[in-house]
Design a protein around this ligand. Sequence first.
Ligand code: ADP
Length: 157
Amino acid sequence: MPKIAVFPGSFDPITIGHVDLVERALPLFDKIIVAVGVNNQKHTLYSLEKRLHWLEEVFHSDPRVEVGYFNGLTAHYAHSIGAGYLLRGLRNASDFDYEKTISQLNHIVGEGLETIFLISQPAYSHISSTIVREIIKGGGNAEPFLPPEVFRSMNGK
Ligand code: ADP
């Protein structure tokens, strides 16, 4: 059975922290599906289409990484595509507190679905999509936090 992991998130927008996590997780899995969880209650800065387009651009050269999206429960999505693992990143203690509960729930709802956590590298642990959105909304330069193709696309280059 191929080892398939879903890396779920909002990716609003994808940052170099997300990319680093996927690259470091690749040796652990046969395939990683980077999937946007569509949450109608959550207002996003960028449309689903834009977020998916950027994910496709960033990962297009690696056939082991696919891009997708889902409505509803992450565990149901993972089951529907034959993934036995979720991938998540931990930057700090508050990530841990939040992720611990979610992973325990997903283990039950997903009937054995395991969440694999990677601790972020020190160079990326301060980076979040939230911070990047704030910088962009405030007119600052988000280039240091974004994959180059995403920065170029945001700036019409
Ligand atoms: P969500 O809305 O589900 O938190 P995000 O797109 O913000 O979605 O994050 C998706 C996943 O990526 C989470 O597990 C988060 O901890 C991880 N992540 C985000 N930024 C980083 C980073 N800089 N280093 C490592 N992991 C990260």
